[in-house]
Write a protein that binds this ligand. Structure first.
Ligand code: SAM
Ligand code: SF4
Length: 439
């Protein structure tokens, strides 16, 4: 069977911001091939499922999504499964789901146009190569951007936390080159970006020779038209002196640090192979606070890692209370096939995990609400990012990554406005614009 070349596409992203970035780069590639994003997703000629494998039932969700792609008239789009489920499941996907034409890993998606042509000749394709950073050189130039843009600087991970699939699905830790990143950042700003978030599985492991992420941020700081710099996700062990110092002296680097800790118990951190302790983590937070007193912290937590006792969990709760996170992500431990923790003794019953997660999240939500309340009455800058639900309403982010709803006649997405914070809720703020700080 051969298929006409697709004219429209849709991309469904699951999981982390790195998948969002990859999805944007795929869209740019399809646009360069003359394809348009489908207005009606259900009738797109090409569907890309850009998958995530980090937690439970990821593969099952993808299979049920694939099942829904077959249409009532018996036709179906070209189906490509990309991302980490593709990498982990490989050819098994096309064996189990005959609807799937292409299985492509996260390091090989630059080959999609060739793969689509192969499908047009009636064949199915699996490409799970992990060829370093080849894809970046082969992707087309960046196109028109939103006010906020992602820029992947580093991929993969060598840390091998015992619960995590990333080292297996994304490959070894590898950094993109200094010069190409500066060029891409400038292109993003020329295309309309006001804020750039540097991305990596361990973004602060980024290095090029002697240069570390702190040095890269200092150079990006010099780009005219760029207002804000952020980075995520960081590992505590890669918080270099230079990066911590950048929080104190680079004005465009926003006062927000997402630094996952996973657990407050040293025993569990050791079993997780985190290679930092509770104290060394808290010491990093102190050092960042010392150079940037208004810094807001965010973290990732896993509850119910194998062998986690009530006492271990209480250590996590006390670390959370001690830190006072502005926001955080918390997850039940999910045994990932092939990882060392999946075979550990003392897997924790789901009811215990549920109860611990509920308690942890109640504390994190209360801390987030308290952090938001502290912003009430303050005047701060907001970068307007998207329309709100009400007429004339725009939603943007404060420097501390809080969502701020602004009734803003005369203002536009991409404006940086000075706003009085007039109301605070658990998840967002309301503000009244005073004046436009920058266009
Ligand atoms: N590299 C970052 C670090 O080391 O902390 C985090 C990247 S990881 C893709 C994102 C988050 O997913 C982790 O911080 C962890 O909290 C969560 N995660 C990873 N594997 C998990 C698992 N097996 N079960 C539950 N949560 C998991
Ligand atoms: Fe996964 Fe992060 Fe650990 Fe790497 S450092 S194995 S990405 S949790």
């Amino acid at each position: 069977m051969s298929t006409d070349s697709p004219k429209t596409y849709t991309i469904k992203n699951y999981g982390c911001q790195m998948n969002v970035y990859d999805g944007e780069r795929m869209a740019e590639m399809f646009a360069a091939q003359g394809m348009a994003e489908a207005d009606d997703k259900a009738s797109a000629d090409l569907v890309v499922l850009n998958t995530c494998h980090i937690r439970e039932k990821a593969a099952e969700k993808v299979y049920s999504e694939i099942g829904r792609l077959r249409r009532k008239d018996g036709t179906k789009p070209i189906v490509a499964v990309a991302g980490c489920v593709a990498q982990a499941e490989g050819g098994e996907i096309s064996r189990r789901a005959p609807e799937v034409d292409i299985v492509v890993g996260p390091q090989a998606y630059h080959n999609l146009p060739d793969m689509i042509a192969t499908v047009g000749r009636g064949e199915r394709v699996v490409d799970l190569d992990l060829p370093g950073l080849d894809k970046f050189a082969k992707l087309p130039a960046r196109r028109k951007q939103n006010a906020t843009a992602f820029l992947t600087v580093q991929e993969g991970c060598d840390k091998f936390c015992t619960y995590c699939v990333v080292p297996y699905t994304r490959g070894a830790e590898i950094s993109r080159g200094w010069a190409e990143l500066i060029d891409e950042a400038k292109a993003l700003v020329d295309a309309g970006a006001k804020e750039i978030t540097l991305l990596g599985q361990n973004v602060n492991a980024w290095a090029d020779g002697e240069q570390d992420l702190g040095s890269l941020i200092r150079v990006l700081d010099k780009i005219d038209g760029l207002h804000r710099i952020r980075y995520m996700t960081s590992h505590p062990n890669d918080m270099t002196d230079s990066l911590i110092a950048a929080h104190g002296d680079v004005e465009k680097l926003m006062p927000f640090l997402h630094l996952p800790v996973q657990s407050g118990s040293d025993r569990i951190l050791k079993a997780m192979n985190r290679s930092h302790s509770r104290d060394s983590y808290l010491h990093i937070l102190d050092r960042v606070r010392a150079v940037r007193p208004d810094i807001a912290f965010s973290g990732d937590f896993i509850v119910g890692f194998p062998g986690e006792t009530d006492a271990d969990f209480e250590h996590t709760m006390s670390l959370v209370r001690e830190t006072g996170y502005a926001q955080a992500y918390s997850f039940k431990y999910s045994a990932r096939p092939g990882t060392p923790a999946a075979d550990m003794a003392d897997q924790i019953p789901v009811e215990v995990m549920d109860e611990r997660l509920q308690r942890l999240q109640a504390q994190l939500v209360a801390d987030q609400a308290a952090f938001n309340r502290n912003t009430l009455g303050k005047t701060t800058e907001v970068l307007l990012e998207r329309p709100g639900k009400l007429a004339g309403q725009l939603i943007g982010k404060s420097p501390w990554l809080q969502s701020v709803h602004v009734l803003a006649p005369g203002l536009s997405i991409g404006d940086v406005v000075t706003v009085d914070i007039t109301d605070s809720g658990p998840l967002s703020l309301k503000g009244e614009p005073k004046m436009r700080a920058a266009a």
